[in-house]
Design a binder for this molecule. Structure first.
Ligand code: ADE
Length: 356
C-alpha cells in the first residue's frame, strides 16, 4: 500500500534532511545574499565545484553593496570557469537594483524577488523559502525527478506545464510558515534528489524517507522516470586557436589575448585569438603573419572539444613564439599579457584553458 501524499511526506523529507544534510558553506545561515549567490552558482554546476567558488566570492564580495560597486572584471574573474557568464553579470545588475530600488535590503516579497534581474521562478522560490521561511516551491531538476517518481507521472519534465503542475502539487505540501521549516523542505527535496533519488543509476529506495509515498517504487518503474524530451543536437563548430607568445611565460614573456564581442556567446570575456574553421599549419602560419606577429614556426596541439549548451567547439591549437606584437586589422586589438596578469586580471573562459 502506498501512503496518501500529505504532510506526512513533508515531515519525512524535513526530518531526513535535518539528520542527513551535508555541511555546505551556504547552509551556515539564512542570509538572502548567501542563498541567492549559492543558488545561482549551483545552476548547472556540481556542489563540490561550487564550494570553492562560493567561498572565494564571499571573501571578495561579502555583501550586496560590495557586489553592486565591484568592477565587472573582478566579478567575471570570480566566475571564471563556472560558465554561463550572463549569470555573473545579472548578479551585479540585480545587486544594483537592490541598492537603488530597495535601499540595499534584499526584498522579502516573492514578486519583488522574482522581478530582480536573473532570478526566475526556481531561484525566487529557493530564496523565499530558505531565507524567508515562505511556502514557495523551488522546482529544479531534482525536485521534478522526485515528484515524477512519487506520482509515477510520465509527463515530460522539460515542459513548462509539468513544472507548473509540480509547483502546484508542492505548494499544498509545504510546512506551515513561522517554524523555519519551509527552507528545510526545499533543501530536503534538493538533497534527496542529489543523494538518494539520484539522476544517473539506480535510486536508493531502501534508504529513502519517502519510499512509502512513492508510486514508482510500488510499481517498480523508478528507472523509467522521469521522462525527458530529447534535446536538439548541438551545432558543431571547428575552430583554430592561436597561442602566441613573445617569449617564455616563465621568464616574463607575454601571450596575446583579446576581448570578445559585446554580444553573443561569452560576450565581453577574454579569448585567445581564434578563427572559424580548422586551418592547416600553412594557413595558420599565414594568419599569424597577416596579424603582424612574425611567428617563428608553429606547433600543433591535439584537438580539444568544449561543449556549450547549443554549440560544440572542436578546437585545434597552434603554438608559436612571435617576434612582433601584432594585432588584427579588425575586431578588438590584442593585449599581450604576462602569466601573472593572465592569472589576476584576464577572465579567460574554460574553453581556452586547455591550451595554457
Ligand atoms: N542545488 C541547488 N540548490 C542547492 C542547495 N541549496 N544545496 C545543495 N545543492 C543545491
Amino acid at each position: 500500500m502506498i501512503k496518501a501524499l500529505d504532510r506526512g511526506f513533508t515531515g519525512a523529507v524535513t526530518g531526513w534532511y535535518t539528520e542527513n544534510r551535508r555541511d555546505l558553506p551556504w547552509r551556515k545561515d539564512r542570509q538572502p545574499y548567501h542563498i541567492w549567490i549559492s543558488e545561482i552558482m549551483l545552476q548547472q554546476t556540481r556542489v563540490e565545484a561550487v564550494r570553492e567558488y562560493y567561498l572565494r566570492w564571499m571573501e571578495a564580495l561579502p555583501d550586496i553593496p560590495s557586489l553592486a560597486e565591484a568592477d565587472e572584471e573582478q566579478v567575471l574573474k570570480l566566475w571564471q570557469g563556472l560558465g554561463y557568464y550572463s549569470r555573473a553579470r545579472n548578479l551585479q545588475v540585480a545587486a544594483r537594483e537592490i541598492m537603488e530600488q530597495h535601499g540595499g535590503v534584499f526584498p522579502t516579497e516573492f514578486d519583488k524577488i522574482r522581478a530582480l534581474k536573473g532570478i526566475g521562478d526556481y531561484t525566487a522560490g529557493a530564496i523565499a523559502s530558505i531565507a524567508f521561511d515562505q511556502r514557495m516551491p523551488a522546482v529544479d531538476g531534482n525536485v521534478l525527478r522526485i515528484m515524477s517518481r512519487i506520482h509515477a507521472d510520465y509527463s515530460d519534465i522539460k515542459a513548462a506545464a509539468t513544472k507548473k503542475k509540480v509547483a502546484a502539487q508542492l505548494a499544498e505540501l509545504y510546512p506551515e510558515e513561522g517554524k523555519g521549516l519551509c527552507g528545510d523542505f526545499t533543501q530536503g527535496l534538493i538533497e534527496l534528489g542529489a543523494m538518494v533519488c539520484v539522476p544517473n543509476g539506480k535510486p536508493q529506495c531502501e534508504i529513502c524517507p519517502a519510499a512509502e509515498f512513492c508510486r514508482a517504487r510500488a510499481e517498480g518503474v523508478q528507472m523509467e522516470l522521469p521522462v525527458k524530451a530529447e534535446k536538439k543536437a548541438r551545432r558543431i563548430e571547428e575552430r583554430t586557436v592561436f597561442i602566441l607568445t613573445n617569449g617564455s611565460l616563465e621568464e616574463g614573456g607575454r601571450m596575446a589575448v583579446r576581448k570578445r564581442p559585446a554580444e553573443g556567446l561569452l560576450a565581453n570575456l577574454a579569448e585567445l585569438p581564434n578563427v572559424l574553421g580548422e586551418l592547416t599549419p600553412d594557413q595558420a602560419l599565414q594568419r599569424a603573419w597577416v596579424w603582424g606577429c612574425s611567428p617563428a614556426g608553429l606547433t600543433r596541439s591535439s584537438k580539444f572539444k568544449h561543449i556549450f549548451s547549443h554549440v560544440e567547439w572542436h578546437m585545434t591549437g597552434y603554438y608559436s613564439t612571435c617576434s612582433d606584437c601584432g594585432t588584427p586589422d579588425e575586431g578588438e586589438p590584442f593585449r599581450w599579457v604576462t602569466a601573472e596578469e593572465m592569472e589576476a586580471e584576464v577572465p579567460l573562459p574554460s574553453a581556452f584553458q586547455y591550451f595554457l
